[in-house]
Design a protein around this ligand. Structure first.
Ligand SMILES: C[S@@+](CC[C@H](N)C(=O)[O-])C[C@H]1O[C@@H](n2cnc3c(N)ncnc32)[C@H](O)[C@@H]1O
Length: 191
């Protein structure tokens, strides 16, 4: 296997649960403040889906923004991530607004309709992006939005452009490219 293939494989590898603390920690709030970052997109009563939620760094903020009438479906491949999120949600008194869903690598298996989907620092771990974004488009309401953010230190501009092309083929159009620290990001809307 060539060096490039090894790098690609590393890039597509699912983030192990123990690595999560390296980016899911109180310091991160200095540059990714969940509620401030997501408030323009999530309003009271909405259904939001946090795909690749990890230990729930953004899920808790989404649940606060969705309010008691709304809900958040938190989706991850790894049970350990969902277990950590369940503890966090209980501590925050928000467990009743958060539905935990363990998905499979190539199938989200989430029922819509949803108003908003967050795909933060995880799409590079998904092997079949075309299928992934088609599934997200199918669970969003028409006009529903997705915020996609990829880590700059991990995902090259060219690769992000390819990911955006997969979004376009799935029926999304780019609304804007918000500035998010350390990230390549796009806000997309479903047809
Ligand atoms: C780098 S972490 C990001 C977690 C969180 N979004 C954040 O920003 O703190 C990526 C997460 O995506 C999950 N993941 C990877 N591939 C996935 C897939 N195909 N479907 C759902 N979750 C996936 C991993 O298990 C991991 O929890």
């Amino acid at each position: 296997m060539g060096l490039l293939d090894k790098f690609r494989r590393m890039n597509n590898r699912v983030c192990p649960w123990w690595l999560c603390h390296s980016f899911d920690n109180p310091l991160r709030r200095l540059f990714h403040e969940p509620e401030r970052l997501l408030a323009p997109y999530v309003k009271t009563g909405m259904t939001a889906v946090d795909i690749g939620c990890g230990m729930g760094y953004f899920t808790i903020g989404l649940a606060r923004l969705a309010g008691p009438e709304g809900k958040v479906i938190a989706v991850d491949l790894q049970q350990k991530m969902l277990d950590a999120l369940a503890r966090r949600a209980r501590r925050a008194g928000l467990a009743d607004r958060i539905v935990l869903h363990r998905c499979r690598k190539n199938s989200l298996g989430v029922d819509g309709p949803a108003d908003f989907v967050l795909v933060f620092w995880m799409a590079h771990e998904v092997p079949d992006k075309s299928r992934f974004f088609r599934e997200i488009a199918a669970l969003l309401k028409p006009g529903g939005r997705m915020l996609l953010a990829e880590p700059k230190f991990h995902v090259a501009k060219k690769s992000f452009t390819r990911t955006l092309a997969a979004c376009g083929e799935a029926g999304f159009r780019i609304v804007k490219e918000p500035a998010i620290f350390l990230s390549r990001a796009a806000l997309l809307e479903r047809d």
